[in-house]
Design a protein around this ligand. Structure first.
Ligand code: GLN
Length: 203
C-alpha cells in the first residue's frame, strides 16, 4: 500500500516553491509551514535554501523556533538544503552572533565556507544511498560541514579535482534528518527528494 506523505516546507523565506515542486513530483503532498499549527499537521519538513540568518530571525518572529526544535527532537524527519543545512546544525561558524540553529544534526557548519571567488559553482557528486550515478550539485554561497558527531553519516564530499573546497563534507544524515550544502531542488534531479520522502513514509 502506498502511504501518502504530507511534507511541510518551511515558508518564511527562500526557495519554497522549488522544493514543493520537487516533493510533489515524487508523489508527496506538500504544505507551507508558517505556524506551529501548520507544523503539527505534517509528517516531515523541508528547510529550504535562502538566507539562514533571515530565516533564523523569522523563526523567532513567527514563534516557530521552539515548536520546530521540539518537533525535531521528538523525531520529525527533516531535510535541509544550504541555508536549511545551517539551520539544522548544532553549531554554526561565521554567522551572526544572534543567529539561532535547531540542533537536529550533531555537526559544526561553516556558513559561506567556499569563499567569494567560488561562492557559486557546480560539480558532480557521488551521494551515499543515491543510486543511478552522480548527482549534479549546485552550490550557491554554500556552507560546508567541519565536524560531525558520532551518530552522523557523511553522505558526500566535494571531489579532489573540484578546485576550492576539495574534500569538504557537503551532505550528511543523522537518523531521519538529512542536510545538503547544495540545491537539488533547482536541477530537476529528484533523487534526494525521493530519498527523503521514502524516509518519511518508512516512519
Ligand atoms: N549563504 C546563505 C546563508 O548563509 C545560504 C545560501 C543558500 O541557501 N543558497 O544562509
Amino acid at each position: 500500500m502506498l502511504v501518502t506523505a504530507r511534507i511541510g516546507v518551511l515558508a518564511l523565506q527562500g526557495d519554497v516553491r522549488e522544493h514543493r515542486r520537487a516533493l510533489e513530483a515524487v508523489g508527496a503532498t506538500t504544505a507551507a509551514v508558517r505556524t506551529a499549527a501548520d507544523l503539527a499537521a505534517v509528517d516531515g519538513i523541508v528547510l529550504p535554501g535562502g538566507e539562514s540568518t533571515t530565516m533564523s530571525r523569522l523563526l523567532g518572529v513567527f514563534e516557530l523556533h521552539h515548536p520546530l526544535r521540539a518537533a525535531l527532537a521528538a523525531g520529525l524527519p527533516a531535510y535541509g538544503s544550504c541555508a536549511g543545512m545551517i539551520l539544522l546544525a548544532s553549531e554554526v561558524l561565521d554567522t551572526r552572533p544572534d543567529a539561532r540553529c535547531l540542533g537536529a544534526i550533531d555537526m559544526t557548519v561553516r556558513r559561506n565556507a567556499f569563499g567569494r571567488q567560488v561562492d557559486s559553482f557546480e560539480t558532480d557528486l557521488d551521494v551515499a544511498g543515491v543510486d543511478g550515478g552522480p548527482v549534479r550539485a549546485v552550490f550557491i554561497r554554500a556552507p560546508w560541514v567541519e565536524r560531525v558527531g558520532d551518530g552522523v553519516d557523511v553522505l558526500a564530499a566535494v571531489p579532489a579535482d573540484a578546485g576550492g573546497g576539495a574534500g569538504a563534507v557537503v551532505a550528511v544524515q543523522q537518523g531521519r534528518v538529512i542536510a545538503t550544502s547544495f540545491h537539488p531542488e533547482v536541477t530537476g534531479d529528484l533523487r534526494i527528494h525521493r530519498r527523503f520522502v521514502d524516509l518519511v513514509r518508512a516512519r
